[in-house]
Write a protein that binds this ligand. Structure first.
Ligand SMILES: Cc1cc2nc3c(=O)[nH]c(=O)nc-3n(C[C@H](O)[C@H](O)[C@H](O)COP(=O)(O)OP(=O)(O)OC[C@H]3O[C@@H](n4cnc5c(N)ncnc54)[C@H](O)[C@@H]3O)c2cc1C
Length: 397
């Protein structure tokens, strides 16, 4: 019998599996991670590779091992503390180093052995156990941890959906089947979006194609080192967050998350490419699009743009993640949600008896950093405290 079944093998599911397998009284083989991809972290690796990310936005202390300095020590032990491995601020690791360290942590802690490849469809209660129906038969566990993340829901604006139906060449950089190498051959590409993903994707394509790359952003490109103020990781900001009611917390999270911004080195690289005419840029909203004989035509608030293909880098839809699985869970277990649709979890991340959540599903309890790597670490501290494994109070509580 499993003690824990974790649904989702992304950064959150993998980090928390690492934590839970080390709890006193929990055997390694009493934890499972259910994820539809062939390997843990596959969605993370695909998305970061497709957008051509070179360095993480977060510091090295935000990693998937239990010791906070693990990534830094891993690099140090291999003599990899040079400027190419980390960049300011606070030692941001290269993506290559971060991925290598993830694989090292997964291997050292035998986490891939816990991975069952499949998708959870429904959850039922059977006495003291929970039974999860998967594509590959049922899994029984005492406790369930939902770590489903956003990666299954790339955001497709209405005009883009219509364009796809018309058969135009359009894709989202976070689509499960997107491969950037298949999008470098055409002459004219429009990349839509104004955040770090869009800018990195546009720069990477511009370097890889002989054609033109045009970035279309609704707003001016804006610099910000991180996608939220780091004060949200610790008590400085979280103390007031926990005093607020849940409706207020939603408003606070939406205000605190800095969407559509980029760190200085990415903005500098973009400005350089712009002045060298290696890239084009429009600050305008797309109001509609049509498929033409030789490609696509976008009607923007500033002009009409024509291209052979469009790549969306418009992030994820903000709706509650987890799709039909979470919808059914809410119905069958009568689970409570905030008016925004997101779970009303207890202060210990419990949604119902023996059902817990992390990642975006837990953001009303973890706060504005919930979706990030450090959000998994904070969720771990809350979970362990709630389970009585550590007397140390989680930050801000
Ligand atoms: C390009 C990019 C760069 C980022 N860079 C940073 C950064 O530098 N620093 C930082 O802190 N954060 C960063 N983030 C934000 C965040 O840390 C990542 O998105 C992270 O991958 C989120 O992890 P997750 O486990 O919550 O979700 P996901 O990566 O989405 O993983 C969830 C997994 O659950 C699976 N799943 C969903 N439903 C089911 C089901 N029913 N059954 C079984 N499995 C299911 C999914 O298929 C997926 O594999 C970045 C995000 C992106 C997209």
């Amino acid at each position: 019998m499993l003690e824990w079944l974790i649904i989702g093998g992304g950064i959150h599911g993998t980090y928390l599996a690492n934590l839970l397998t080390h709890l006193p009284g929990t055997r390694h083989d009493q934890v499972r991670i259910l994820d539809p991809h062939p390997l843990l972290l596959a969605a993370w690796e695909r998305n970061t590779a497709n957008c051509g990310m070179a360095y993480l936005r977060s510091p090295a202390t935000h990693n998937i091992d239990r010791p906070i300095l693990s990534l830094y020590r891993y690099a140090q032990a291999r003599g990899e503390t040079a400027r190419t491995a980390f960049i300011p601020n606070y030692n941001r690791p290269s993506l290559e180093l971060f991925q290598r360290h993830c694989r090292h942590v997964i291997a050292a802690n035998r986490l891939e052995q816990l991975h069952r490849c499949g998708r959870a469809r429904t959850v039922k209660k059977d006495g003291r156990h929970l039974v999860v129906e998967t594509d590959d038969g049922p899994l029984r566990a005492r406790r369930l941890l939902l770590a489903v993340g956003m990666s299954d829901q790339p955001c497709w604006p209405g005009w883009a959906q219509a364009l796809k139906v018309e058969g135009a060449r359009i894709a989202h950089v976070f689509d499960a089947d997107f491969k950037r190498s298949e999008w470098t051959r055409n002459r004219r590409t429009i990349v839509v979006g104004g955040g770090i993903t869009a800018v990195q994707t546009a720069l990477k394509l511009a370097a890889e194609t002989r054609g033109t790359v045009h970035l279309l952003s609704r707003h001016a490109l804006r610099e910000n080192p991180y996608d939220f103020n780091p004060c949200w990781i610790g008590p400085k900001c979280l103390r007031a967050f926990y005093r607020a009611d849940l409706a207020q917390r939603r408003a606070t999270i939406d205000k605190a998350r800095i969407a559509g911004s980029l760190p200085s080195e990415v903005l500098a690289a973009f400005n350089q490419a712009l002045s060298a005419d290696r890239i084009e840029f429009s600050e305008a909203a797309c109001n509609g699009a049509t498929s033409t004989n030789d490609g696509v035509r976008l009607r923007t608030s500033a002009s009409v743009l024509e291209a052979d293909q469009v790549i969306l880098a418009t992030g994820f839809t903000p709706r509650r993640p987890g799709g039909a699985l979470v919808d059914r869970l809410i119905r069958d277990f009568d689970l409570k949600c905030n008016p925004c649709g997101y779970p009303l979890l207890g202060a210990d991340l419990r949604w119902a008896e023996n059902i817990y959540a992390t990642g975006p599903l837990a953001e009303l309890q973890v706060g504005p950093c919930a979706r990030n790597i450090v959000g998994a670490r904070n969720a771990g501290r809350i979970l362990l405290h709630g389970l009585g494994h550590t007397p140390r109070r989680p930050p801000g509580r």
